[in-house]
Design a protein around this ligand. Structure first.
Ligand SMILES: O=C(O)c1ccccc1N[C@@H]1O[C@H](COP(=O)(O)O)[C@@H](O)[C@H]1O
Length: 216
Protein backbone atom coordinates (compact mmCIF):
# COMPACT_ATOMS: atom_id res chain seq x y z
CA UNK A 1 0.00 0.00 0.00
CA UNK A 2 1.15 3.54 -0.73
CA UNK A 3 2.59 5.53 2.17
CA UNK A 4 0.64 8.79 2.49
CA UNK A 5 2.60 12.02 2.96
CA UNK A 6 1.53 15.09 4.91
CA UNK A 7 3.58 18.27 4.71
CA UNK A 8 2.89 20.30 7.83
CA UNK A 9 3.45 23.92 8.79
CA UNK A 10 2.46 25.41 5.42
CA UNK A 11 2.09 29.20 5.56
CA UNK A 12 2.33 30.12 1.85
CA UNK A 13 0.14 29.29 -1.16
CA UNK A 14 3.21 28.57 -3.29
CA UNK A 15 4.44 25.94 -0.82
CA UNK A 16 1.02 24.26 -0.74
CA UNK A 17 1.01 24.12 -4.54
CA UNK A 18 4.58 22.78 -4.67
CA UNK A 19 3.78 20.07 -2.12
CA UNK A 20 0.65 19.08 -4.07
CA UNK A 21 2.50 19.04 -7.40
CA UNK A 22 5.24 16.87 -5.95
CA UNK A 23 2.70 14.33 -4.69
CA UNK A 24 1.90 15.21 -1.07
CA UNK A 25 -1.50 13.86 0.00
CA UNK A 26 -2.11 16.48 2.69
CA UNK A 27 -0.92 19.85 3.87
CA UNK A 28 -0.97 20.90 7.51
CA UNK A 29 -2.03 24.38 8.65
CA UNK A 30 -1.00 25.25 12.20
CA UNK A 31 -3.39 27.35 14.29
CA UNK A 32 -1.73 27.11 17.64
CA UNK A 33 -0.17 30.53 18.21
CA UNK A 34 2.91 29.22 20.00
CA UNK A 35 4.21 27.66 16.77
CA UNK A 36 6.64 29.57 14.55
CA UNK A 37 4.57 28.07 11.71
CA UNK A 38 1.31 29.65 12.88
CA UNK A 39 -0.86 30.81 9.97
CA UNK A 40 -3.74 33.21 10.44
CA UNK A 41 -7.15 31.89 9.37
CA UNK A 42 -7.56 34.34 6.49
CA UNK A 43 -4.26 33.30 4.90
CA UNK A 44 -5.08 29.65 5.64
CA UNK A 45 -8.42 29.99 3.85
CA UNK A 46 -6.57 31.27 0.77
CA UNK A 47 -4.20 28.29 0.93
CA UNK A 48 -7.11 25.90 1.37
CA UNK A 49 -8.97 27.35 -1.65
CA UNK A 50 -5.83 27.01 -3.81
CA UNK A 51 -5.44 23.28 -3.17
CA UNK A 52 -6.13 20.95 -6.10
CA UNK A 53 -8.71 18.16 -5.78
CA UNK A 54 -7.87 15.20 -3.55
CA UNK A 55 -5.28 17.07 -1.45
CA UNK A 56 -6.42 17.14 2.17
CA UNK A 57 -6.24 20.30 4.27
CA UNK A 58 -5.41 19.44 7.89
CA UNK A 59 -5.94 21.99 10.68
CA UNK A 60 -3.57 21.52 13.63
CA UNK A 61 -4.41 22.64 17.17
CA UNK A 62 -2.60 22.12 20.44
CA UNK A 63 -4.58 22.57 23.65
CA UNK A 64 -6.48 25.48 22.12
CA UNK A 65 -9.91 26.51 23.39
CA UNK A 66 -13.23 25.51 21.83
CA UNK A 67 -14.04 29.02 20.62
CA UNK A 68 -10.76 29.34 18.71
CA UNK A 69 -11.11 25.91 17.08
CA UNK A 70 -14.69 26.71 16.07
CA UNK A 71 -13.66 30.11 14.66
CA UNK A 72 -10.90 28.52 12.54
CA UNK A 73 -13.19 25.75 11.28
CA UNK A 74 -15.75 28.31 10.22
CA UNK A 75 -13.17 30.40 8.36
CA UNK A 76 -11.00 27.68 6.80
CA UNK A 77 -13.24 24.62 6.43
CA UNK A 78 -10.44 22.05 6.69
CA UNK A 79 -11.01 18.40 5.74
CA UNK A 80 -9.36 16.91 8.81
CA UNK A 81 -8.36 18.12 12.29
CA UNK A 82 -5.16 17.26 14.16
CA UNK A 83 -5.07 17.62 17.94
CA UNK A 84 -1.44 17.76 18.99
CA UNK A 85 -1.75 18.36 22.73
CA UNK A 86 -3.36 16.62 25.71
CA UNK A 87 -6.93 16.98 24.38
CA UNK A 88 -9.22 14.19 25.64
CA UNK A 89 -11.58 12.43 23.23
CA UNK A 90 -14.54 14.40 24.58
CA UNK A 91 -12.87 17.63 23.42
CA UNK A 92 -11.79 16.28 20.02
CA UNK A 93 -15.33 15.07 19.31
CA UNK A 94 -17.09 18.39 20.02
CA UNK A 95 -16.47 19.51 16.43
CA UNK A 96 -17.96 16.43 14.76
CA UNK A 97 -15.13 16.30 12.21
CA UNK A 98 -12.66 13.51 11.44
CA UNK A 99 -9.50 13.97 13.46
CA UNK A 100 -5.97 12.68 13.98
CA UNK A 101 -4.71 12.50 17.55
CA UNK A 102 -1.01 13.10 18.14
CA UNK A 103 0.72 10.68 20.50
CA UNK A 104 3.62 12.06 22.55
CA UNK A 105 5.97 9.08 22.26
CA UNK A 106 8.33 10.51 24.92
CA UNK A 107 5.70 9.84 27.57
CA UNK A 108 3.25 7.28 26.19
CA UNK A 109 4.24 3.68 26.90
CA UNK A 110 1.11 1.83 25.87
CA UNK A 111 -0.06 2.90 22.43
CA UNK A 112 -2.98 0.45 22.54
CA UNK A 113 -4.38 2.04 25.69
CA UNK A 114 -3.84 5.54 24.29
CA UNK A 115 -5.70 4.62 21.09
CA UNK A 116 -8.52 2.98 23.04
CA UNK A 117 -9.11 6.30 24.80
CA UNK A 118 -9.77 7.88 21.37
CA UNK A 119 -12.12 5.34 19.78
CA UNK A 120 -13.34 7.78 17.10
CA UNK A 121 -9.94 9.12 15.98
CA UNK A 122 -9.30 8.56 12.28
CA UNK A 123 -5.69 7.74 13.10
CA UNK A 124 -2.74 8.50 15.36
CA UNK A 125 0.25 10.68 14.62
CA UNK A 126 3.32 9.49 16.51
CA UNK A 127 5.58 12.41 17.40
CA UNK A 128 8.69 12.66 19.58
CA UNK A 129 7.52 15.54 21.81
CA UNK A 130 11.17 15.50 22.91
CA UNK A 131 12.75 17.75 25.54
CA UNK A 132 9.47 19.43 26.41
CA UNK A 133 8.88 20.49 22.79
CA UNK A 134 5.32 19.87 21.70
CA UNK A 135 5.87 19.59 17.96
CA UNK A 136 7.91 20.74 15.04
CA UNK A 137 10.96 19.96 17.17
CA UNK A 138 12.94 18.11 14.51
CA UNK A 139 13.54 15.28 17.02
CA UNK A 140 13.09 11.60 16.23
CA UNK A 141 12.09 8.83 18.66
CA UNK A 142 12.91 5.13 18.80
CA UNK A 143 11.19 3.70 15.72
CA UNK A 144 11.37 0.14 17.08
CA UNK A 145 8.51 1.23 19.38
CA UNK A 146 6.12 1.55 16.42
CA UNK A 147 3.99 -1.61 16.32
CA UNK A 148 3.56 -3.54 13.09
CA UNK A 149 -0.04 -4.49 12.23
CA UNK A 150 -1.60 -1.89 14.53
CA UNK A 151 -5.35 -2.05 13.82
CA UNK A 152 -5.69 1.70 13.19
CA UNK A 153 -3.79 4.06 10.86
CA UNK A 154 -0.45 5.29 12.24
CA UNK A 155 1.29 8.37 10.86
CA UNK A 156 4.99 8.58 11.69
CA UNK A 157 6.28 12.07 12.53
CA UNK A 158 9.10 13.69 14.44
CA UNK A 159 12.42 14.70 12.94
CA UNK A 160 11.83 13.20 9.52
CA UNK A 161 14.07 14.51 6.74
CA UNK A 162 14.95 13.52 3.18
CA UNK A 163 17.98 11.70 4.65
CA UNK A 164 16.15 9.50 7.16
CA UNK A 165 12.60 9.05 5.84
CA UNK A 166 13.51 6.02 3.70
CA UNK A 167 14.90 4.18 6.74
CA UNK A 168 11.87 5.32 8.77
CA UNK A 169 9.41 3.89 6.24
CA UNK A 170 11.30 0.59 5.95
CA UNK A 171 11.53 0.30 9.76
CA UNK A 172 7.92 1.11 10.61
CA UNK A 173 5.76 0.55 7.49
CA UNK A 174 3.41 3.38 8.50
CA UNK A 175 0.08 4.37 6.99
CA UNK A 176 1.64 7.78 6.44
CA UNK A 177 4.48 10.12 7.30
CA UNK A 178 4.37 13.75 8.36
CA UNK A 179 7.16 16.30 8.01
CA UNK A 180 7.46 19.87 9.14
CA UNK A 181 10.92 21.30 9.92
CA UNK A 182 12.83 18.71 7.85
CA UNK A 183 11.84 20.24 4.50
CA UNK A 184 12.26 23.94 5.35
CA UNK A 185 14.69 26.72 4.57
CA UNK A 186 13.27 28.73 7.53
CA UNK A 187 10.35 28.07 9.92
CA UNK A 188 7.16 28.07 7.84
CA UNK A 189 9.03 28.35 4.52
CA UNK A 190 9.34 25.09 2.60
CA UNK A 191 12.35 24.24 0.42
CA UNK A 192 11.12 22.69 -2.82
CA UNK A 193 14.31 20.68 -3.43
CA UNK A 194 14.12 19.13 0.07
CA UNK A 195 10.43 18.41 -0.39
CA UNK A 196 11.06 16.72 -3.74
CA UNK A 197 13.83 14.56 -2.28
CA UNK A 198 11.62 13.69 0.71
CA UNK A 199 8.80 12.46 -1.54
CA UNK A 200 11.25 10.60 -3.80
CA UNK A 201 12.71 8.80 -0.78
CA UNK A 202 9.24 7.80 0.46
CA UNK A 203 8.38 6.37 -2.97
CA UNK A 204 11.68 4.54 -3.23
CA UNK A 205 11.27 3.01 0.23
CA UNK A 206 7.66 1.98 -0.25
CA UNK A 207 8.40 0.28 -3.57
CA UNK A 208 10.80 -2.03 -1.72
CA UNK A 209 8.16 -2.99 0.85
CA UNK A 210 5.92 -4.93 -1.47
CA UNK A 211 6.35 -8.25 -3.17
CA UNK A 212 5.47 -8.94 -6.79
CA UNK A 213 1.79 -9.42 -5.86
CA UNK A 214 1.64 -5.97 -4.28
CA UNK A 215 1.38 -7.37 -0.75
CA UNK A 216 3.26 -5.67 2.06
O1 LIG B 1 5.48 22.25 13.36
C1 LIG B 1 5.18 22.94 14.34
O2 LIG B 1 5.60 24.10 14.49
C2 LIG B 1 4.30 22.38 15.41
C3 LIG B 1 4.03 23.16 16.52
C4 LIG B 1 3.20 22.68 17.51
C5 LIG B 1 2.65 21.42 17.43
C6 LIG B 1 2.92 20.63 16.34
C7 LIG B 1 3.75 21.08 15.32
N1 LIG B 1 4.05 20.30 14.21
C8 LIG B 1 3.80 18.90 14.17
O3 LIG B 1 4.93 18.21 14.71
C9 LIG B 1 5.34 17.19 13.82
C10 LIG B 1 6.82 16.96 13.87
O4 LIG B 1 7.52 18.11 13.42
P1 LIG B 1 9.00 17.97 12.80
O5 LIG B 1 8.85 17.28 11.47
O6 LIG B 1 9.80 17.19 13.80
O7 LIG B 1 9.50 19.37 12.64
C11 LIG B 1 4.91 17.70 12.45
O8 LIG B 1 4.80 16.64 11.59
C12 LIG B 1 3.63 18.40 12.74
O9 LIG B 1 2.51 17.52 12.67
Amino acid sequence: MRVRVKCCGITRVEDALAASRLGADAVGLIFTRRSPRYVDPRQAAAIRMALPPFVTAVALFMDDDVAWVAQVLNAVKPDLLQFHGAEPAAFCEIFARPYLKAVPMATVGDLGAYAAAHPRAAGFLLDAHAAGEAGGSGCTFDWTRVPRDFPRPLVLAGGLTPDNVGDAVRATRPWGVDVSSGVESAPGVKDEAKLRRFLDEVRRAESGLFDADGRG
